[in-house]
Design a binder for this molecule. Sequence first.
Ligand SMILES: *[C@@H]1O[C@H](CO)[C@@H](O)[C@H](O)[C@H]1NC(C)=O
Length: 199
Amino acid sequence: MKILSITVLLTPPEGASTALASAFELSSFSYFQRGSVQEFMTFFTKTVAERINPGQRQSIQEREYTFHVYNKGGPENLTAVLICDQEYPVRPAYSLISKALDEFTSKVPQSSYSNPAAISFPELATYLQKYQDPRQADTIMRVQQELDETKIVLHKTIESVLQRGEKLDNLVDRSNALSAQSKMFYKTAKKQNSCCTIM
Ligand SMILES: *[C@@H]1O[C@H](CO)[C@@H](O)[C@H](O)[C@H]1NC(C)=O
């Protein structure tokens, strides 16, 4: 049971998203894979974040991983995406997402959203570690009463979140954020249908 990453993104209603802060826990991957794994997690995080409307919570299963996404909307246009394995329970995942978004909003001024490199939000890495044990999450934060799990939309693949006509393979091919090496990893893993090399 583990959380692999959490990212806070600026998601304006129109146009591309920008990652403002992120934290990763990739010690379960080999040293040589970590760079590509992180690139892919960032790429998939942005891909799903741009396709969730303000006010929505959606959970997306992709192979052995689950992406939990909450677009908080409001004047800040912030979304958080958490990637965990499928054993990690839903409620602590959304608790962490809400906490991350609330703290980010209160600690990071909106004027710095345009310069993500200058944003410092070390709390994210701290929470990522603490919440690895979901029971710990309950002691850090009262379980949110307002979270209605029945309202969370559940998708079985990332492909099903894409707009009609979009194909994940094409998005991967066209991405400038992925290195040639990472794209090669993706193709090889796909051909071998090996879930565990990379996402
Ligand atoms: C949020 O999006 C609206 C509409 O595009 C925009 O006017 C506003 O400036 C955005 N807010 C931030 C903090 O980027």
